[in-house]
Design a protein around this ligand. Structure first.
Ligand code: HEC
Ligand code: HEC
Length: 248
């Protein structure tokens, strides 16, 4: 009987895992190691890829002469040099509002203007993922900005609903915008900010790294991309989420 009970339990578990909805952590893993790619900035990169054992441990990112020198901080669970001591809500506020627990503002190139549109569930999924990243003790230098940072990127972000995946166009725009921030890299910067108003997706932003310099390509010729972005009133100038027409 015992064995039968055990088998029954195994069958139940297998059934549950294949049919149950994705867990928060699975969703976070998919996002962070897929389209959202926080590690592109926050994990030290080497000529052969991400530095082993250093996931999210921070790196020197980019210097825009006369504008800023940005370091992506250590966002591992290390309590001293990372964000292990922050609450879930504090991490969510940092991601979607660009505000740290001490009230200071996170500067570019972290794509806060787009992250404002991350859904409540997705941002919680990202936090769930970050919680299980290995703590790494790695003290990072602080960024310096010659350009003024805004006092805030907009009003507090609350209640951003999920975009239904069945609505392929709206969900695609969500992936390319708030989640994948494609247009952040693919739009030239003017005065330290992407020029969404005039050059959305036009490319031309240089990335310096161990690979040399790679310049983001012009991805505007995709015939439908820009009209779709326009109808969704995508953040052309860091528009607060509440000013946007809800897609879908
Ligand atoms: C394009 C590069 C880039 C991407 C992508 C990016 N960040 Fe950042 N992030 C930065 C930079 C640069 C800073 C620091 C800016 C400053 O010094 O003001 C920062 C700051 C932070 C901070 C504040 C940490 C601290 O100790 O001050 C957190 C938390 C954070 N990012 C989390 C994330 C998460 C989570 C993601 C993915 C959803 C992400 N970032 C994606 C560049 C990036
Ligand atoms: C971190 C910055 C960054 C992000 C984010 C980014 N890209 Fe790119 N992308 C680049 C760079 C840099 C190149 C050029 C690389 C090269 O020259 O080999 C490029 C190249 C491309 C190309 C090739 C174009 C051509 O003509 O060769 C396409 C298409 C593209 N990106 C689409 C996207 C899409 C879609 C997304 C969002 C899912 C995205 N990119 C997100 C930086 C970025």
């Amino acid at each position: 009987m015992k064995i039968r009970g055990l088998l029954y339990a195994v069958v139940l578990i297998m059934g549950a895992s294949s049919s149950a909805a994705e867990t928060l952590l699975q969703r976070g893993d998919y996002l962070v190691n897929g389209i959202v790619a926080c590690g592109n900035c926050h994990t030290p990169q080497t000529p052969t890829g991400p530095a082993p054992g250093m996931e999210m441990a921070g790196q020197f990112l980019v210097e825009e002469k006369g504008l800023f020198k940005a370091f992506a901080p250590n966002i591992t669970q290390d309590k001293k040099t990372g964000i292990g001591g922050w609450t879930d809500q504090q991490i969510i506020t940092a991601i979607r509002e660009g505000k740290r627990p001490d009230g200071t503002i996170i500067g570019p190139p972290m794509p806060i203007g787009l992250y404002r549109g991350l859904s409540d569930r997705d941002v919680r999924a990202i936090v769930a993922y970050l919680r299980q990243v290995k703590p790494v003790n790695n003290e990072m230098e602080k960024s310096t900005y010659q350009i003024p940072l805004p006092p805030a990127y907009g009003p507090p972000v609350t209640n951003v609903p999920d975009i239904p995946q069945t609505d392929k166009i709206a969900y695609g725009a969500y992936l390319a915008g708030p989640a994948g921030h494609c247009i952040e890299c693919h739009t030239p910067f003017v005065k330290g900010r992407p020029d969404f108003a005039n050059q959305l997706g036009a490319g031309g932003f240089p990335f310096h790294g161990p690979w040399g310099v790679s310049v983001s390509a012009n991805i505007t010729p995709m015939p439908m991309a820009l009209p779709i972005m326009a109808t969704l009133n995508w953040p052309r100038s860091y528009a607060p989420a509440s000013d946007r027409t809800a897609p879908g």
